[in-house]
Design a protein around this ligand. Structure first.
Ligand code: F6P
Length: 351
């Protein structure tokens, strides 16, 4: 681990970067780290542009209190982001990689005592590898997918659930008017959290998630039975990560086509896309992101590096990056929410 320069025992200069897909609440987290670092600890805060790419290309600027004003409610990230994965790809030993070397070199040239990495699973893995390589690193988990191991929840998720639920709510009235099946495809990568929560909040009749393999025949029979029972319409919530035949790029489009072909019921699809990631964070996400940010600055002040801040059992805490790296938090098939949804008649397309 790098030796941190300390003023009254506290690290003096920290860098913050945001990597991976953006989500609502990142600016609130930057503000949380930055304000706590500046106001409470008198640190200098450096904003690194565009994720790890900014450290590779040495693109950075000092984040002052004025940069941090007025950003709490802003969507996106004022630092910019990228999907740069510095350890990806060459197959050589990791200490031979050029990009990680550049990151280390520039970390030292800028005079950083710690690097705060705000990101998702990929970012936490990179953060862990940089920590293994000797940098002082603190991770802050963000993603609309809520799939980061070690934390019960990530910021971005609540906002995305709100957006997706509103979209489902709006589909109900048009579905009812036209007596149609409405299929809505939501993001979530390989996890079904967003579809499960929005599906339950929006009263989805069928919720298809990657963690629960579905059977097309069961789906068709379920929808046909609803129509036979005079249910004028059905809402099908589909996570983007579910299994569909090779060559089908959108599970929502594929399923809508199949439902209409097999059942003859008029079906339409909506692929909600990046709307789920854009715009202002929900109040819950503003609070969570601010608390994560402040907790990150507190870890740095204590010299508690190599950790990711987390929300566990109602408390803000932290976990070792070594425990988080390389894992994904998926919905368990016997999750209580899945069980309760089934008890209310929701189908997961499996039985
Ligand atoms: O991980 C967040 C996420 O929004 C996923 O839900 C989605 O699959 C992916 O990012 C889209 O990523 P990109 O920005 O690379 O298109």
């Amino acid at each position: 681990m790098a030796k941190a320069n300390r003023k009254n025992g506290i690290p003096k200069k920290i860098g913050i970067l945001t990597a991976g897909g953006d989500c609502p609440g990142i600016n609130a987290a930057i503000r949380g780290v930055g304000k706590t670092a500046i106001v409470k600890y008198g640190m200098t805060v450096i904003g690194i542009s565009d994720g790890f790419a900014g450290l590779i290309h040495k693109e950075f600027f000092e984040l002052t209190e004025s940069h941090l004003s007025g950003i709490l409610t802003l969507g996106g990230t004022i630092l910019g982001t990228s999907r740069e994965k510095p350890f990806k790809g060459t197959g050589k030993k990791k200490e031979e990689f050029r990009k990680p070397m550049l990151i280390k070199e520039h970390y030292e040239q800028i005079g950083l005592d710690c690097l705060v990495c705000i990101g998702g699973n990929g970012t936490m893995k990179t953060a862990y590898m940089l920590a293994e390589g000797g940098l002082n690193v603190v991770g802050i988990p963000k993603t609309i997918d809520n799939d980061i191991w070690g934390t019960d929840v990530t910021f971005g998720f609540d906002s995305a659930v709100n957006i997706a639920t509103e979209a489902i709510d709006r589909l109900h009235s048009t579905a009812n008017s036209h007596k149609r099946i409405m299929v809505i495809e939501l993001m979530g990568h390989n996890a079904g959290w967003l579809s499960l929560y929005s599906g339950m909040a929006g009263g989805g009749d069928l919720i298809l998630i990657p963690e629960i393999p579905h059977d097309e025949k069961i789906i068709m029979d379920y929808l046909q039975k609803r129509a036979d029972n005079n249910k004028p319409y059905s809402i099908v919530v589909v996570a983007e990560g579910i299994n569909v035949p090779d060559g089908e790029s959108s599970p929502g489009r594929y399923l809508a086509r199949r439902i209409q072909e097999v059942t003859g019921l008029e079906t339409r699809e909506t692929v909600l896309g990046y709307i789920q990631r854009g715009g202002s964070p929900s109040p819950m996400d503003r609070v969570l992101a601010s608390r994560f940010g402040a907790a990150g600055a507190n870890l740095i002040a204590k010299g508690d590096f190599g950790r990711m801040v987390a929300h566990r059992n109602g408390e803000i805490t932290s976990v070792k990056l070594s425990e988080v790296a390389g894992k994904t938090k998926l919905v368990s098939a016997d999750d209580p929410m899945v069980k309760q949804a089934r008890e209310m008649g929701t189908s997961f397309g499996d039985c």
